[in-house]
Design a protein around this ligand. Structure first.
Ligand code: HEM
Ligand code: FE2
Length: 754
């Protein structure tokens, strides 16, 4: 530890305290998650559903692709409704009409304001207070509410089935006909939708807000932000300002600027390539091939938002119903899964390239066999999980196999559990291949191992933190599932990936001679502590409204505001990475990977920092969860940061494993700027304006409205979705340029290392 002892202790303290907070909140979620009532009965004693029916509905929902068709509790896809908010609103309006008819002989909208106010007060009392869970675990609802449910059921059967009267609606929702063909399964599914709307309208025991902290915004039952929501939102904004200020002071006072003497020749290029490094060409290819597949699938997914079941009439001309076999839910699943697969493959490639360098330029025994085996394993996971998704969503796979082999229905962890396990094994194998290369380096006496240690720790984090995704099951409560799901997604992207990126940069640039070892080590350790401090408890910003207690808003909002602090100050690092290319002759050949790393910093600031914070304060997310503003953030951050990082990595690896090959500047320049331009375009001309207009609708009317068919099919919004096509094409063009360059490099002939 030596001179870095204080920094190591700081990092360990941060990890301990922060995981304790997150762990404690987890135990609260297990205890206080919205219950699944033993039975839901009417006042006359008729049993409407049991706990098993609701859970069977949760499973049935998974077989439709779950979060890939509309959303539940605000999490999922954006074209079809949020079923929680939609169900709630339909039930409430049906209740009001039924009661208005019974009491006044006319529909609710024909009543006087005063009469309406009386009914709304009764409605609120019935939904928020009277429907609490009783001691025996049952929920008792009024005959009117039961009738209201009965009134809205045909609509949902029609949407999820193939009722011709709802054909246009299904097209507007980008749902295929017969999204869930079996009537019995649909009945179960609607029990589950009912339950999610119940949990977001019934007050928590002894509280005046719902299990979901009053989400979704629904004026009819006074589902409005809680006091805690306001208080912690404002606190988080002030904390952000404080954090930025303190970091600037710390940076200015504590960092020393050192001049570094750049070596005359590239030190990395001097190390002879090992067989396992030479075997990485196919990894580079797999990364960019999956990237191309992903962007094409993305284009198709976006197209379904304007033409719900067709593709420019080409499918009809060929006599195929494209959406029967490749519906929105399936291509969106593949689109998101490919993103994870190719970005992960890019990271694995970088790690496998650096490992033998750590090992003194040698391969341990059978390293190349391990690298080749891992490649085959990755192929099997990708192909197997995609096939599983396909058979699940076309309902060829029996529903009892769905969770394990088909589709979990949980965004980002959509793949069947079996494939998820296999991927975990693959990541552990990667970790093993990496760690064995570091053993010798750690044994060597006399040299400073701190930088290596933090780099290794970051790899362990990336590898091991896929495991929490295995801690929930098919029938786990949604709140528990969400807790573990975000352990993976959030702790990866806002924790271990950030640290891995920082450590990998430090390690690479130290090896190239651009930075001193001491500076690289100290700044990586400090950055890791800062990222983790915000990132770990920040996980709770995904759980404000999923059924955790109100503390999730306090902790989530404040810590995740701190996450933004280092991100908006990345300009300095970007400048340094950019300037390396001009420091010496040999560095010019690294221009394009370096430019990708500059893009990483830029999009970290905009996509993660600014657009992340846009949706982060609870008051903001209360209204805009599940709107296109989330898509703005997800694209700008996930592609912008980790997409560019993975591309930078594979270009760097391609560059070194083919020392004679050169980047084609024209091709790379097109690729790089088309990607950036396309990303800016899809945000500025489409996603952000749609999100802002939806945001207005959500604040003024309620979330159900911002996601409704009526609203989303307005001409303006339809046009804004259409214009996205232009930006998508620009982006796809960029993706193909970069991928072609990488492929040419690794498979093209070169004089020495063909
Ligand atoms: C490079 C870093 C980041 C990446 C790759 C990333 C990626 C993502 C992704 C993929 C989602 C899910 C979107 C969806 O459900 O469709 C998400 C959601 C979210 N992100 Fe980030 N993110 C990053 C950093 C941040 C930061 C720094 C913040 C704010 C402090 C933030 C705040 C949020 C919030 C509040 C949500 C939840 C949105 C919702 O539930 O609707 N993210 N992020
Ligand atoms: Fe997050």
């Amino acid at each position: 530890m030596g001179q870095y002892k204080k920094l190591w202790l700081l990092l360990i303290a941060v990890l301990t305290v922060c995981f304790t907070i997150l762990g404690y909140m987890g135990s609260e979620i297990y205890k206080k998650a919205p219950p699944y009532p033993e039975r839901v009965v009417t006042t006359s004693g008729k049993v409407l559903m049991t706990k098993d029916d609701i859970l069977a509905g949760q499973s049935a929902w998974q077989t439709t692709g779950g979060m890939e068709v509309g959303s539940v509790l605000g999490h999922g896809a954006y074209q079809a409704p949020d079923w929680t908010a939609d169900w709630l609103h339909r039930e409430l309006t049906a209740w009001l009409d039924l009661t208005a008819q019974a009491d006044y002989g006319k529909n609710f909208d024909k009543l006087t304001t005063e009469e309406q106010a009386v009914l709304k007060t009764r409605l609120q009392d019935e939904y928020r207070v009277q429907s609490a869970v009783k001691e025996d675990g049952s929920v008792i609802i009024s005959e009117t509410r039961a009738k209201a449910i009965e009134t809205i059921l045909p609509y949902y059967h029609g949407v999820y089935g193939d009722d011709p009267a709802l054909q246009t609606t299904r097209e507007h929702f980008a749902m295929k006909n017969n999204t869930l063909p079996s009537k019995e399964a649909r009945e179960k599914l609607f029990n589950f939708f009912f339950w999610t709307s119940w949990s977001s309208s019934a007050n928590r025991p002894d509280e005046s807000f719902t299990y979901t902290n009053n989400w979704p915004h629904e004026p009819l039952i006074n589902n409005v932000p809680t006091t805690e929501n306001y208080m912690w939102s404002f606190t988080s904004i002030v904390l952000l300002l404080l954090g930025i200020g303190l970091l600037m002071w710390g940076y200015s006072f504590l960092t020393k600027h050192e001049e570094v003497e750049i070596p005359a020749e590239d030190p990395v290029a001097k190390i002879a390539l090992t067989p396992s490094q030479k075997a990485l060409g196919k990894y580079v290819f797999l990364t960019v091939a999956l990237f191309c597949a992903q962007v094409l699938l993305g284009g198709l997914t976006a197209h379904y938002t304007v033409e719900g079941q067709g593709f420019y009439g080409i499918d009809k001309a060929l006599g195929i119903e494209i959406s029967d076999w490749l519906p929105y839910s399936l291509v969106r699943t593949w689109h998101i899964q490919s993103a994870i697969f190719w970005i992960a493959t890019g990271f694995l490639t970088a790690g496998l390239f650096l490992a033998p360098i750590v090992n003194g330029g040698k391969d341990p025994k059978f390293q190349v066999a391990g690298v080749n085996f891992l490649y085959i394993a990755l192929f099997i996971v990708v192909a197997g999980s995609y096939a599983g998704n396909f058979f699940a969503l076309s309902h060829i796979m029996p529903p009892e196999f769905n969770f394990w082999f088909g589709h979990q229905g949980y965004e980002y962890l959509d793949l069947g559990r079996f494939w998820q396990l296999l991927l975990m094994v693959g990541l552990l194998l990667w970790l093993f291949l990496m760690l064995r290369c570091t053993v010798n380096a750690f044994r060597e006496k006399g040299t400073d191992k701190n930088l290596l240690a933090i780099f290794v720790a970051s790899m362990v984090g990336v590898g091991v933190f896929y495991a929490p995704g295995l801690f929930y099951g098919e029938k786990s409560p949604i709140a528990v599932m969400e807790y573990w799901r975000w352990w993976v997604v959030h702790l990866w992207v806002e924790g271990f990936f950030e640290v891995f990126a920082t450590a990998a940069f430090a390690f690479i640039f130290y090896n190239m001679g651009f930075v001193r070892r001491s500076t690289a080590t100290a700044s990586t350790l400090a950055a890791a502590a800062i990222f983790m401090m915000g990132g770990i408890p920040g996980t709770l910003h995904h759980l404000y409204f999923t059924g955790s207690t109100s503390a999730s808003m306090a902790i989530g909002a404040c810590f995740s505001a701190l996450e933004v602090v280092p991100l908006v100050l990345l300009g300095r690092e970007a400048y340094e990475h950019w300037s390396y290319q001009n420091t010496t002759q040999w560095a010019k050949r690294l221009r394009w990977p370096l430019m990708c790393f500059v893009a990483v910093a830029f999009w970290n600031m905009i996509g993660a920092g600014v657009f992340g914070f846009l949706i982060n304060p609870p008051i903001s997310l209360f209204y805009i969860q599940g709107l296109n503003t989330t898509a703005v953030h997800a694209h700008a951050a996930l592609f912008g940061v980790y997409g560019f990082l993975a591309l930078g990595f594979v270009l760097l690896v391609a560059r070194y494993i083919k020392p004679e090959a050169q980047f084609d500047d024209k091709l790379m320049s097109w690729g790089f700027w088309l990607l950036n331009g396309g990303l800016v375009g899809m945000i500025v001309i489409s996603l952000l304006p749609i999100g802002a207009i939806q945001g207005y609708a959500s604040v003024s009317q309620g979330l159900w409205y911002a996601r409704s068919e009526e609203f989303l099919q307005m001409e303006l919004l339809d046009t804004l979705r259409w214009v996205r096509t232009a930006a998508d094409l620009v982006f796809i063009g960029g993706a193909f340029c970069i991928s072609w360059q990488a492929t040419k490099m690794v498979f093209g002939r070169s004089k020495n290392n063909a």
